[in-house]
Design a protein around this ligand. Structure first.
Ligand code: HEC
Length: 207
């Protein structure tokens, strides 16, 4: 019985001591018990490298020089005035002409992402342009844009230009090239693509 009492007091004392210790510095985050359980390895991409200190080995960004399976090679021309000039030499890497499914998909993507400013007919009559929300929207039916090389168009929608933002995060490289091809075809009177067909949905599977 006596032994039990002693054990009891020892436990209380130890508990109190631990409690006091953990309240020591309120600003310190404290130590993580079993960090592997605290932070999941698989899904916390883009977590700051500071977790390396905890012995947690994240891969915050894709390894330099790697691309997703099925993806186009990265676009290396820099977002500089020289890069803009250089972009004129860049050719569409997709195999042309696009299939009718790809064209329908490109038209769908154009209508979603571009028509709000450039208009369904590419004549700068989109609601944001006519409503005055976005000034100086390019009329893609005019000569300067009809003559514009596809590479320059790709460059501008990749990095943005003037009042137009970048589409690099909304559209994959492949989709951007498809949209550029759609714009070019339409400009050259190559009649807007056939009405979107059900098959269009399969065209983006390989994103
Ligand atoms: C928010 C409105 C807006 C949207 C949406 C938009 N644009 Fe633009 N776009 C502009 C404006 C404004 C300019 C003129 C930029 C300049 O020269 O200052 C422009 C210019 C362009 C040019 C000419 C670029 C150059 O180098 O002069 C192309 C090509 C173009 N847009 C294509 C697209 C495509 C394709 C999309 C959809 C992926 C798109 N735009 C979406 C507003 C928009």
């Amino acid at each position: 019985m006596k032994k039990n009492k002693i054990l009891f007091f020892v436990l209380i004392a130890a508990g109190g001591f631990t409690a006091l210790q953990s309240c020591g510095d309120k600003r310190a985050p404290g130590r993580t018990y079993m960090p592997d359980m605290q932070y999941s390895r698989a899904y916390e991409a883009y977590t700051p490298n500071s977790l390396d200190k905890e012995g947690i080995n994240y891969i915050p960004q894709p390894v330099e020089g790697t691309i997703r399976r099925g993806d186009l090679l990265p676009y290396k021309v820099p977002n500089t005035p020289e890069g803009y000039v250089q972009s004129a030499q860049v050719k569409n890497p997709l195999s042309l002409p696009l299939t009718s499914a790809q064209m329908s998909e490109a038209q769908r993507l154009y209508n979603i992402n571009c028509a709000i400013c450039h208009g369904a007919k590419m004549d700068a009559q989109g609601p944001l342009a006519t409503g005055g929300k976005v000034p100086a929207v390019a009329n893609l039916t005019t000569k300067v844009y009809v003559d514009m090389p596809e590479g320059t168009m790709f460059h501008s929608i990749t990095y943005g230009k003037g009042n137009m933002g970048s589409y690099a995060s909304q559209l994959t490289r492949e989709e951007r090239w498809m949209v550029v091809e759609f714009v070019k075809r339409t400009q050259l009177g190559g009649a807007a693509a056939p009405a979107p067909a059900a098959e269009a949905a399969t065209a983006t599977e390989n994103k």
